[in-house]
Design a protein around this ligand. Structure first.
Ligand code: ADP
Ligand code: MG
Length: 728
């Protein structure tokens, strides 16, 4: 056995539990390290407090004087908690988070120094961020970029640094991060939804999108993870034979949480509490050593920040527990991968969830309006929504009979399907008083009762209505939620905007009452969007055929899927809704395409290395032992030896055959890579990697995994699946 595998096994099996100190009253810890409303009240002057609150709630600008007051109070608060540095905290297009710490400390001459944090430093910074992906934006325009304070997401203390959530934009104004377009999309959906709400309640002034993510992940012993070059470099295993026992007994899901994992979770949750991330739910997931963590939902921008922060915290806490968190969408072949369901809804400043039915027929008509408009938005933009969850990692998961397919459809449940069917029969134009009464009493009025016993749950749908929210299930576990949330909120904003125009036109031109006009437009939407509604098994082959017939897209790979991002329609949509300019949309496309290529390229190199430098030499070593054995048998038994060495000879031959194919395929893969690498067009290069390089992965893996079964376990260099998945 390789030294590193041997050590990993010993280390993993001799771990002592890490002591976890947990406060049973989590509410006491909650937000302790956040410069939240409560803390601001304590530390800020009245003017400064008002200024920040108004910026948070109405997006007003914060003037210089107030910024100075806020920064100095933030510093005072942070220093009282042992903080020495501050940083602008942002989400560049790498998908992770970025920080660059600066000390409060400043010299003032005469060998003296003070602690300083002024309004200037709070509001704007110019990080040397030239190495972040920019999709050509900063080459063609201006090299510099800056970060600017986002007061809607409160500052927090992480480690010994005060973190200020910021946007990151080029000097010419183009977004270079995930947050900027998200904020613009949230404004767009607020404007459009508020306008529609006014049909029902004139008092509504603001609509907020909410997000509740559910984060899935694997926990593996750190020494074991570190013993695998593929996990270290790619986040997943590129080879490894499935263990005799996998998830077939379903004995892990919702089972009792192993104590090492539980200790980790408790520690992680305490950190989350301090950071104001309202985590609430934890449980085992389907695969061995796979778990899930979910918070109470929050305003979308804050929830996205919290998820990004969480992914970082998860890694840090795991390290303390000698564990490694795998956030990759598919770390292990043959066992379920990880996703991140995005639960999404819209609510008003009057306290109404627009995707929950209400108490009166009118509030239910409002619910139906938002419900049906969301379905229409998804239908009209299904390809773009698919593109929003596309990544090299997620390709392993979507459509692999464990996660929703690459086809975007909407599940609404049997009862709501019936409601839509009834609404479809509404008379064209003016409604008779009898029809109105009937609709109000028997259709719209009955929705809350209908939903109460809406128990059907379809886990195979990528976009499902779950009683008071939609659950977007195709998002990958490693993804930054900002991208899917930007797309979803933008398409819904556009749809609501169009809806308003249509309803207003009917009211004017046909002299219809408001509710008549709404019924009329909704009826047409129901007719037009039937193809996107699907209640059956999303994992089945039959659905692929049916979806094709319905004209739904089924873009299985990232290079194919991403194209929808830069279609004429998408570019126009993002421009119209003021979410992204053409330049920004195209830049993002370029970055994503390039990231895809790079990931496949890295995986290909790592696989070639492991196959050539770990697997083959080990197989040769074992083969030599067998040869020696056969020679010895020949010495003893003479020409009869084959009677005794038959199996060994078969093994020797088999090993040679596998080695030969591995060599051949690795060489061919390298050739394919060389060909791909000289392609100058990024899109073509990604397609080449997808169709010409990637197919070698499974072939090479197959033969390596066969060798794993043949070679003496003691010699095998790579920590095995059963060891990683079942060691607790
Ligand atoms: P599950 O989908 O696992 O059965 P639940 O349906 O109870 O679990 O909730 C899942 C997630 O949905 C939680 O993170 C919760 O905060 C979130 N959620 C609940 N209501 C809303 C809402 N109105 N908007 C957004 N997210 C919500
Ligand atoms: Mg869920």
């Amino acid at each position: 056995m390789s030294k590193i595998r041997f050590q990993a096994l010993i280390e993993a099996s001799s771990r002592k539990p890490v002591e976890v100190i947990e406060d049973i009253k989590r509410s006491v810890l909650f937000g302790e390290n956040v410069f939240n409303e409560n803390t601001m009240r304590q530390y800020l002057t009245k003017d400064a407090f008002k200024g920040v609150m108004s910026a948070m709630e109405h997006g007003t600008k914060i003037d210089r004087k107030i910024a100075d007051q806020v920064s100095s109070s933030m510093k005072e608060w942070a220093m009282s908690k042992g903080v020495t540095h501050y940083t602008h905290w942002f989400q560049p297009l790498t998908g992770g988070t970025a920080e660059k710490h600066d000390a409060f400390f400043e010299t003032i001459g005469n060998g003296m120094a003070i602690e300083k944090f002024g309004g200037d430093q709070l509001v704007q910074q110019e990080p040397d961020a030239s190495s972040f992906p920019n999709g050509g934006i900063r080459n063609t325009f201006e090299a510099r970029g800056y970060t600017a304070w986002d007061p809607t997401s409160p500052a927090f203390i992480y480690g010994t640094a005060l973190c200020i959530p910021t946007i990151f934009v080029a000097y010419t104004g183009e977004a270079l991060d995930f947050k900027t377009p998200l904020l613009r999309a949230l404004t767009a959906v607020d404007d459009a939804a508020t306008a529609v709400c006014k049909y029902f309640d004139k008092n509504v002034k603001k609509v907020t999108a909410s997000l509740g993510w559910e984060q899935e992940y694997f926990l593996i012993d750190k020494a074991m993870a570190n013993s695998r070059p593929d996990i270290i470099l790619t986040g997943r295993t590129l080879l490894g034979h499935s263990p005799a026992k996998g998830q077939q007994l379903d004995d892990h899901y919702f089972g009792s949480i192993p104590s090492r994992a539980l200790n980790y979770m408790r520690d992680l949750e305490t950190e989350c509490m301090l950071l104001g991330i309202p985590v609430k739910t934890r449980h085992n997931e389907v695969a061995p050593n796979q778990f899930e963590l979910a918070p109470i939902y929050e305003e979308c921008n804050l929830a996205v920040d919290h998820n990004s922060l969480l992914m970082d915290v998860m890694g840090k806490v795991a390290s303390r527990h000698q564990l490694k968190v795998l956030l990759h969408e598919k770390p292990f072949a043959g066992v379920n991968g990880s996703g991140k369901h995005n639960n999404w809804s819209l609510s008003t400043d009057t306290g109404i969830n627009l995707l929950a039915p209400g108490k009166t027929p009118m509030s239910n008509l409002q619910f139906l309006t938002f419900f049906i408009n969301t379905i229409k938005a998804v239908y009209d933009n299904e390809e773009l929504i698919r593109a929003a969850v596309a990544s090299a990692n997620n390709d392993h998961r979507l459509g692999a009979n464990e996660a929703p397919p690459a086809i975007i459809s909407v599940f609404i449940g049997e009862q709501l399907t019936k409601v839509l069917e009834e609404l479809e029969g509404v008379t064209n134009g003016k409604l008779s008083p009898e029809e109105k009464t009937d609709l109000k009493l028997n259709v719209v009025g009955k929705i809350p009762d209908v939903l109460l016993d809406n128990t059907d749950r379809n886990r195979t749908s990528p976009f499902a209505f779950t009683g008071n929210k939609f659950e977007f299930r195709a998002v990958g576990s490693f993804a930054n939620c900002a991208n899917p949330m930007t797309v979803l909120n933008t398409v819904v904003a556009k749809q609501l905007k169009d809806f308003k125009v249509e309803v207003d036109a009917l009211i004017e031109s046909q002299d219809l009452k408001k509710d008549e006009a709404i019924f009329n437009v909704l009826r047409e939407y129901i007719k037009a969007t039937k193809n996107v509604l699907f209640e059956g098994n999303g994992y089945g082959d039959a659905w692929e055929i049916e979806a094709k017939r319905r004209g739904l897209s089924n873009n299985k790979t990232t290079p194919e899927a991403l194209k929808a991002r830069i279609s004429k329609k998408s570019i126009a949509l993002f421009e119209e809704m003021n979410v992204m300019s053409k330049v920004e949309t195209e830049a993002r496309y370029e970055i994503e395409v390039e990231e895809y290529t790079k990931r496949i390229q890295i995986e290909s190199r790592v696989l070639g290395d492991i196959a050539g430098n770990h697997v083959v030499p080990t197989a040769v070593k074992y083969q030599n032992l067998l040869i020696k054995n056969v020679k010895g048998l020949k010495e003893i038994f003479g020409k009869d030896f084959e009677k005794y060495a038959g199996e060994q000879i078969k093994l020797i031959k088999g090993i040679s055959e596998h080695i030969e194919i591995i060599h051949l395929k690795v060489d061919e893969m390298i050739d394919a890579r060389k060909k791909a690498n000289v392609i100058t067009d990024l899109e073509e290069m990604a397609a080449e990697y997808c169709t010409k390089v990637k197919p070698f992965f499974d072939e090479i893996r197959y033969h390596c995994d066969k060798l794993e079964l043949m070679v003496d376990d003691e010699l095998w260099p790579l920590t095995k699946y059963r060891e990683m998945l079942f060691t607790r």
